[in-house]
Write a protein that binds this ligand. Structure first.
Ligand code: DX5
Ligand code: ZN
Length: 245
């Protein structure tokens, strides 16, 4: 098996990004391979520190361990405070995208700049009650905007529908930015996404869909995930989900 240190390519939208938080940690490499072979586009990697959020998960060593198992982008969601010291470690471990919460750094602009200096794409994450006004000053620093549709810390929580108008506002901001010559920015959602609400989420302008428990909780009899990913893909197609870079 080849051992990429970065993704082979960044897939076109709509993108399905299973969160390995709900995978079987005892066989993580196999889970990563199976979910991508089943039609997923991106691996979402949740990092929790028992400080910024009340849970503790996985770090750069685990990112490094799964890197050889996929050429899909690894999308690292840092729920870590302070965050700057861990950014270069994830870049070194093979992350393609690194996202931070504005509440988890004293200097949002500096942390976003650091992510790109480390050779990764940069994302900013908005909790359900975090204002999009942070975007007023950092659009040029961003490759991804991640909207939380649960409060961060745990998989398997219920979708918070108040994120939908926020998604429409973020979509309008991105489209206006691109229309005046700005770089493309992915619009991702995270939390409580299932096959039966993904179409509604897509209609609000989301192009990248994190799903943890919905995917890893629904293996096919052969242990792959083609059934659930196929249902999500079909739901996205039914609403003509946004095709974009
Ligand atoms: C929550 C994490 C999510 C989580 C999503 O803090 O950021 O990525 O794993 O899990 P589900 O899809 O089960 O809500
Ligand atoms: Zn996440």
């Amino acid at each position: 098996m080849s051992k990429p240190t970065r993704a082979a390519a960044f897939p076109a939208a709509p993108r399905i990004a299973p969160s390995i938080l709900s995978a079987d940690f005892a066989r993580l490499g196999e889970e990563v391979r199976r979910v991508i072979e089943s039609g997923a586009d991106v691996i979402h990697f949740d990092v929790m520190d028992n400080h910024y959020v009340p849970n503790l998960t996985i770090g750069p060593a685990v990112c490094k361990a799964i890197r050889p198992h996929t050429t899909a982008p690894i999308d690292v969601h840092l729920m870590v405070k302070p965050v700057d010291a861990i950014i270069p470690m994830f870049a070194e471990a093979g992350a393609d995208i690194i996202s931070i919460h504005p509440e988890a750094t004293e200097h949002v602009d500096r942390s976003l700049t650091l992510i790109r200096e480390c050779g990764c794409r940069a994302g900013l994450v908005f909790n359900p009650a975090t204002s999009l006004s942070w975007l007023d000053h950092v659009m040029e620093r961003l490759d991804l905007i991640l909207l939380m549709s649960v409060n961060p810390g745990f998989g398997g929580q219920a979708f918070i529908p108040q994120v939908l108008p926020k998604a429409r506002e973020a979509r309008a901001r991105i489209d206006a930015w691109v229309a005046k010559g700005g770089q493309p920015i992915w619009l991702e959602i995270d939390g409580g996404v299932k096959a039966d609400n993904i179409a509604q989420v897509a209609e609000a302008g989301i192009d990248t869909f994190v799903a943890g428990s919905a995917v890893f909780g629904a293996p096919d009899p052969d242990g792959y995930y083609r059934g659930i990913i196929g249902r999500m893909r079909a739901a996205l197609e039914s609403v003509g989900a946004r095709r974009a870079a």
